[in-house]
Design a protein around this ligand. Structure first.
Ligand code: SF4
Ligand code: MG
Length: 325
């Protein structure tokens, strides 16, 4: 059966602000799932807390709205329990790079085959625009009484050092480009980060659509952008892929060029895939040492025999817990 974008939409009321970049990410996600012809029941999306945390409510797949900063451990657990599922985690920059920073970094050590899409707008939008970990020093969006005194974290550079095997950045108002990035992230066999630059028109009046796309000139019905900050890596001949994962020299060279690209910000901001390498996933590693590799996924274990009788006998367990008599 061929699935359409409409198959991934729900009727749930959406209260994101008009003009929010979240809408572009939602559309990209729904379009990517339809393009990959995944059945809704084959996909599960976990979210944390924030404006982006509402995403699973708007996508007709399995969806779990979890806790602040905790979407990744839920997503990792689901993938390990049932490797047949396509698993995504979504969340904001405050959610994933602030309170969830420990999970964000340590997920890289495991290379579980999931895709993490971060709605990065530089503020805590849901709680009225406080500075998030990705807001740059000296910037003063309208909710801040004084310019931000902290330096920004660089999520792509952290992901590179932490072991993510697919690292990309998208832009929420380039829906077709972002759709392709999400597809490539999902199809990548390993842990994928897609950090998405997402204007928050309500609270971040610095990193706006106009700021990312260039000065907009509108004359006599024409619209022109001048000096756009955003550019696409793939249009510069940049090759992010490690073609031979056993070649340490190539890995070093591709990591070095990716790191340099992660440092670009300001007048020129790259989007696209920064780095990609195929390495054994956590499930591959588990299978290598499991006495029965076919039984490492609990969701795939039979729970009853052909006649519907439970295959698990919990009587010994209950007996071991007996306190009286
Ligand atoms: Fe979007 Fe910002 Fe409104 Fe949240 S507060 S829905 S991020 S515009
Ligand atoms: Mg945010």
């Amino acid at each position: 059966m061929a699935y359409k974008v409409a198959d991934f939409k729900t009727e749930v009321h959406n209260d994101w602000c008009p003009g929010c970049g979240d809408f572009g990410i939602l559309s990209s996600l729904q379009m990517a799932l339809a393009d990959m012809d995944l059945a809704p029941h084959q996909v599960v999306i976990f979210s944390g807390i924030g404006c982006s945390g509402k995403t699973p409510h708007f996508v007709r797949t399995y969806g779990i709205h979890t806790l602040h900063g905790r979407s990744l451990p839920f997503a990792v657990g689901a993938k390990l329990a049932n490797p047949d599922l396509t698993v995504l985690a979504v969340g904001g920059d405050g959610d994933g790079y602030g309170i969830g920073a420990g999970h964000f970094m340590n997920a890289g050590r495991r290379n579980v085959d999931i895709t993490y899409v971060v709605f990065n707008n530089g503020v805590y939008g849901l709680t009225k625009g406080q500075a998030s970990p990705t807001l740059h020093r000296g910037e003063k969006p309208k909710s801040l009484p004084l310019p931000n005194i902290n330096d920004a974290v660089n999520p792509l550079a952290i992901a590179l050092c932490a072991g993510y095997t697919f690292i990309a950045r998208g832009y929420s108002f380039d829906v077709k480009h972002l759709k392709e990035l999400i597809k490539k992230g999902v199809q990548h066999n390993g842990l994928a980060l897609i950090d998405v630059l997402q204007p928050c028109p309500t609270y971040n009046d610095i990193n706006t659509k106009e700021w990312f796309e260039g000065i907009v000139r509108e004359e006599k019905g024409t619209r022109q952008t001048v000096n756009p900050r955003i550019y696409k890596l793939e249009q510069t001949g940049y090759d992010p892929v490690v073609h031979d994962p056993t070649d340490q020299d190539e890995i070093d060279q591709k990591m070095a060029q990716a790191f340099l690209k992660t440092q670009e910000w300001g007048e020129r901001i790259p989007i696209g895939i920064f780095y990609q390498i195929e390495l054994p996933t956590y499930t591959d590693r588990l299978k290598q040492r499991a006495p029965n590799p076919e039984r490492i996924a609990p969701a795939k274990d039979p729970i009853c025999d052909d006649l519907g009788r439970p295959t698990t006998d919990i009587a010994p367990l209950l007996e071991s817990l007996r306190v009286f008599g």
